[in-house]
Write a protein that binds this ligand. Structure first.
Ligand code: ME8
Length: 500
C-alpha cells in the first residue's frame, strides 16, 4: 500500500468554475479514486485562491467587501464539486489563518536568508493573469501591449517592491528539468528549459504596495506591502498538509505529492515553485502533471474569451455527473489541446455510455432474470473473453499508472464492446440454459465496472448493487472469483440523447 497526495490548482473564485476547471478537477479526482480503489492512502486537495487584485476588483465591481465575496464563492465552488462528485479530502482557502501564517513565516525566512530584497520595478501587467509580461511575450494591438492569453490591454505599473532572488536558482532548476522526470509529459520540461535558456531566470516581485493591493497577506517586515498573490497561492500545497504545524503529516504526504495543473500556469509551477521550495529547504514535488487546454473554435475556453461552457448545463444534458465525468476523461489529453463541441460530447455519451456499457448491463441483466431467474452460479469462463479481460486490466493499469486516464477509459470500454460482440455471437437468448455464457458476461461486466468506478462512480455503484457484487480493486479481481450472482434488477443506466 502506498501513499499519494494529489493537488489541483487553487482557482480564482472571481466567477464560478467552468468546464476548464472541471476538466482538471475531475481528472485529479479520478486519480484519487483510482488510488483509493487499489488500496493506497490518498490525500486529495483542491481549493480557492482568494487574495490579490483580481479578487479585490471583482468584489469592488459587485459592491461587496472581498471577504464576504470569497466566503460566498467558496460555497459556490464546493457546491459545483459536489455536483460533480469530487471526493476531495480538503478544500483549502488562502484566507484561512493557518495558511496566512505559513505565508508570513515563509517570506520572513527568505528575507532572513537574504533571498528577498527591495528595488524599483516597472513593467506591463495583466490583472487577469496576475502577472507581468516581458516585451518578448506580449502582443501589440493598435500600438499597445496586450496580454497574449486574454487579448486585453496590459496596465503599466511602476513601483518599489520586494524581489525574490529567483536568478540564484537557475542551475538548480535547469538540473531538475534536465535530469529528473518530475515534469510530465516531458515536452513541458523542455518548454521551460528553452525559456530559461533564452531569457535566463530573472528575479520576481513577491510583494505589492498596500495602497494598490490591500486584499492580501501583510508582508511581515514591511506593513506597507502585501504578499504577491502567486507567492501566497503556491504555498497552499505545503500549508494544506501541515507545514510548520504538523511535521509528521507534512513529511508523510509531501514525499508523494502529485500536482495537477493546466499548461497556462507551468512557469509558476516550475521556475518559481521549484526554486521557492529549494529556498525553503524543501525537496521538489514528486510529480507535476501538466495538461493542455479545452478549446472552442481554436480559443482557450475561459471567462475572458467569453466562450465558457457551464458545468450545470452539461450535468443537465447528460442527466448527472457521470456523463460529464466520462466525456471529459474520454477526451482528456495531457499534450494536446482538445476542441470541444456538443456533437462530440453527445456522440461519446451515446455510443459509449448508452450503447456500449449501458446496453451491455441492460441486456445481460434482462437475460439473466428471464433465462435463469436472476441467479447465476460460477462456471468456467469462455476462454477468449477471459483473455480479453486480463488484457484489458493490464492495459488499464499501465495507463492509470502513467496518468493516461483516457487510455484507461478506453481499455475498459473496449472490454464492454467485446462483451457485446460475444452476446451477438453466442446468442444466449436462443439457448435453453445459457448460464455459462451469462457467467462469462457477468464477469466481463464486473471487471469493466470496477475499472470504470473511478470515472463514473454513480452508475458503477448502481450496477454493483443491482448485480450483487462488491466494488473492489480491479487489478486484484481475477476473473472467475464470484461464486454466485444475484441479479436484482436490469438497470437502464444512460438514456440516449436525441437531437439538439
Ligand atoms: O491560475 N482548459 O487559477 P484559475 C483546460 N489561481 N484547463 C483549464 C481551462 C481550459 N480551457 N481553463 C481553466 C489560477 N483551466 C491560479 C492558480 S495554483 C497555486 C494558483 C484550469 O482560476 C487549468 O487547470 O485561472 C488551469 O491551470 C486552471 O484552471 C487555472 O485556474
Amino acid at each position: 500500500m502506498g501513499i499519494i497526495y494529489i493537488t489541483t490548482p487553487i482557482y480564482y473564485p472571481n466567477a464560478p468554475p467552468h468546464i476548464g476547471h472541471a476538466y482538471t478537477t475531475i481528472y485529479a479526482d479520478v486519480l484519487a479514486r483510482y488510488h483509493r480503489l487499489v488500496g493506497d492512502e490518498v490525500f486529495f486537495m483542491t481549493g480557492n485562491d482568494e487574495h490579490g487584485l483580481k479578487l479585490q476588483r471583482a468584489a469592488e465591481e459587485k459592491g461587496v467587501d472581498p471577504e464576504s465575496f470569497v466566503d460566498e464563492m467558496a460555497g459556490v465552488y464546493m457546491s459545483y464539486w459536489k455536483m460533480l462528485d469530487i471526493s476531495y479530502d480538503r478544500f483549502i482557502r488562502t484566507t484561512e489563518p493557518d495558511h496566512e501564517e505559513v505565508v508570513k513565516k515563509a517570506i520572513e525566512e527568505l528575507y532572513r536568508k537574504d533571498l528577498v530584497y527591495k528595488a524599483r520595478y516597472s513593467g506591463w501587467y495583466c490583472v487577469n493573469c496576475e502577472k507581468f509580461y516581458s516585451e518578448k511575450e506580449y502582443s501589440i494591438v493598435e500600438g499597445r501591449p496586450h496580454c497574449p492569453i486574454h487579448g486585453k490591454p496590459l496596465e503599466w505599473l511602476e513601483e518599489e517592491t520586494y524581489y525574490f532572488k529567483l536568478s540564484e536558482f537557475k542551475d538548480y532548476l535547469v538540473n531538475l528539468l534536465e535530469n529528473t522526470d518530475i515534469v510530465y509529459p516531458r515536452q513541458y520540461a523542455v518548454e521551460v528549459l528553452n525559456r530559461v535558456k533564452e531569457e535566463g531566470l530573472k528575479d520576481v516581485s513577491v510583494a505589492r504596495p498596500r495602497e494598490r493591493v490591500w486584499w492580501g497577506v501583510e508582508l511581515p517586515f514591511d506593513r506597507e506591502y502585501t504578499v504577491y498573490v502567486w507567492f501566497d497561492a503556491l504555498l497552499n500545497y505545503i500549508s494544506g498538509i501541515g507545514y510548520l504545524r504538523d511535521t509528521e503529516k507534512f513529511d508523510k504526504y509531501w514525499d508523494s505529492v502529485h500536482h495537477v495543473i493546466g499548461k497556462d500556469i507551468l512557469w509558476f509551477h516550475t521556475a518559481v515553485w521549484f526554486s521557492l521550495l529549494k529556498a525553503l529547504d524543501i525537496k521538489p514535488p514528486r510529480k507535476l502533471i501538466v495538461h493542455a487546454f479545452l478549446i472552442n473554435k481554436g480559443l482557450k475556453i475561459g471567462k475572458s474569451a467569453g466562450n465558457v461552457i457551464a458545468i450545470e448545463d452539461l450535468v443537465n444534458r447528460y442527466q448527472d455527473s457521470d456523463g460529464v465525468r466520462y466525456i471529459l476523461m474520454r477526451v482528456f489529453n495531457l499534450g494536446k489541446d482538445v476542441e470541444v463541441s456538443t456533437e462530440l460530447f453527445d456522440s461519446i455519451y451515446n455510443s459509449e455510455l448508452a450503447d456500449t456499457y449501458g446496453n451491455l448491463v441492460r441486456r445481460v441483466g434482462v437475460l439473466a432474470i428471464k433465462k435463469s431467474g436472476g441467479v447465476i452460479y460460477k462456471r468456467s469462463l469462455d476462454q477468449e473473453i477471459e483473455s480479453k479481460i486480463k488484457e484489458a486490466v493490464a492495459r488499464y493499469s499501465d495507463a492509470m499508472e502513467s496518468f493516461d486516464v483516457s487510455s484507461a477509459v478506453n481499455a475498459a470500454i473496449e472490454l464492454a464492446r467485446e462483451a457485446n460482440a460475444f452476446i451477438n455471437r453466442v446468442r444466449p437468448w436462443e439457448k435453453l440454459s445459457p448460464d455459462k455464457d451469462l457467467y462469462t458476461l457477468l464477469e466481463a461486466i464486473r471487471i469493466t465496472t470496477l475499472m470504470l468506478h473511478p470515472i463514473i462512480p454513480r452508475a458503477t455503484s448502481r450496477v454493483a448493487r443491482a448485480f450483487s457484487f462488491e466494488i473492489a480493486n480491479p487489478l486484484e479481481s481475477s476473473p472467475c472469483s464470484v461464486e454466485r450472482y444475484e441479479i436484482r434488477e436490469a438497470p437502464i443506466l444512460f438514456r440516449k440523447i436525441r437531437g439538439k
